[in-house]
Design a protein around this ligand. Sequence first.
Ligand code: PGA
Length: 248
Amino acid sequence: MSRKPFIAGNWKMNMTVETGTKLIEELKPLVKNADCDVCLCVPAILIPAMVKAAEGSNIHIGAENVHWAASGAYTGEISTGMLKEYGVKYVIIGHSERRQYFGETDESVNKRTLAALDAGLTPIVCVGELLEERESGKTNEVLDRQLKVGLNGIEDVSKVVIAYEPVWAIGTGKTATDAQAQETIAYIRKKIGELFCPKCAEKVVIQYGGSMNAGNCKGLMAQPDIDGGLIGGASLKTDFATIVNFNK
Ligand code: PGA
């Protein structure tokens, strides 16, 4: 089963209309021959300007979060309809920073994921263990819970992208080794096979995230179960293009 590689950036709370537009202008010619799907997930307020900047290119603009309700009294949140108005296709859900600082739970991840799918958006559902969880041998247990609850009730799991991001590797410069990332992502695929069906699991695009950069992307992308990357720091510069062109 061949899965199309997918490289997505996560700008987090960085960039402005000016710096973001400039970066996208620089990236456009560099990524135009990519063999993978390319997306930059940007702060909600930058979406309109970045969609405009990326117009006519193969760079999709995504969001960093989405609420489950269609509308209503949810101060500070964004709905799927608002994202779709700008042609957004991808949305990150349950990033570890949202889990850590903003009270995101597996249950709220599940609600957001179901709402995104319902609206025809592709959720990039983030999972991953903390350092103490890895060190105490709890990685698989944590992933089991995040996947079971986070993906509960999904009809067609092949419409979901999973980003495996070991929390200890995010923004730390400490990447998981190729073997560690492969082993854990293969485990995630197996688990999805158990929760849904093995054939469906073969169709799910699973990214690695956590200090992925221009230097280590080739080794990670060469692993059989790693289908892409969710890139934080390196998506704020033209290095992102090197990652997109990992196979060139
Ligand atoms: P990083 O972030 O590449 O800066 O480690 C990845 C992420 O948080 O998605």
